[in-house]
Design a protein around this ligand. Structure first.
Ligand code: 5GP
Length: 217
């Protein structure tokens, strides 16, 4: 990672995109390649898929457990998606910060918009939207993974269309064409590298002591 000696991790990186856009695969590759990223494990009331592990893929909660977290104000954001609840626990962001890592979140558009409108300081958000090549390919991918019933699949395709319309609220878009995972991953790595090189007050606070400047007028 460039600029490592000056950079203090403070990014909350949000990756959204329609179900079937390949977000999870892309994020998996990003985290494997960059030890300074920590994946935020979301909470959900959705039932686990056969391959999913509690506390690794999601914190799988009952509806009442999820509601208790809402009451306790434990969520940074939460939203209803396809009849289930999903949310980012504030503790996930704190854990990333304590580990001196940037947090990376895979969340839907409604959650991303809540993050966009919050003051996360000392952290800041970076919103990236992954676009699938076409809705036909999206449908093909969703059918191929066989994790949803026909009704759920139709619901996800309808949500996908409404989500793409919200892209204007994001900072960057990345396309994820068929057989080009590495290309999408590389593009996001480039965006993250640029954001880590942004000049902001925290960087100036870091540099001033190095230059013997105390910051006072
Ligand atoms: P899935 O059921 O396919 O795992 O996720 C369905 C949708 O919920 C996806 O768009 C995913 O990004 C979103 N999602 C996952 N975790 C969260 C979360 O913590 N908050 C919000 N708002 N959406 C989430």
């Amino acid at each position: 990672m460039a600029n490592t000696h000056l950079y203090k991790p403070n990014l909350v990186i949000v990756i959204s995109g329609p179900s079937g856009s390949g977000k999870s695969t892309v994020i998996d590759a990003l985290c494997k390649a960059d030890a300074a990223l920590r994946l935020s494990v979301s909470a959900t009331t959705r039932k686990p898929r056969p391959s999913e592990v509690d506390r690794v893929d999601y914190h799988f909660l009952s509806k009442s457990e999820f509601e208790a977290h809402i009451q306790q104000d434990s969520f940074l954001e939460w939203a209803e998606y396809g009849g289930n609840f999903y949310g980012t626990l504030k503790s996930e962001i704190v854990t990333a910060r304590e580990a001196k890592k940037d947090a990376i979140l895979e969340i839907d558009v409604k959650g991303a918009l809540q993050i966009r409108t919050q003051d996360l300081s000392p952290a800041r958000s970076l919103l990236i939207f992954i676009i699938p090549p076409s809705f036909a390919i999206l449908e093909k991918r969703l059918r191929r993974r066989k994790t949803e019933s026909e009704t759920e699949l139709k619901k996800r395709l309808a949500i996908a269309k409404s989500e793409v319309l919200e892209i204007e609220h994001y900072d960057y878009w990345v396309s994820n064409p068929e057989d080009a995972l590495q290309q999408a991953v590389h593009q996001i790595q480039t965006i993250i590298a640029a954001e880590r090189s942004r000049i902001d007050t925290k960087l100036i606070e870091t540099i001033n002591p190095l230059l013997g400047i105390d910051g006072a007028d």
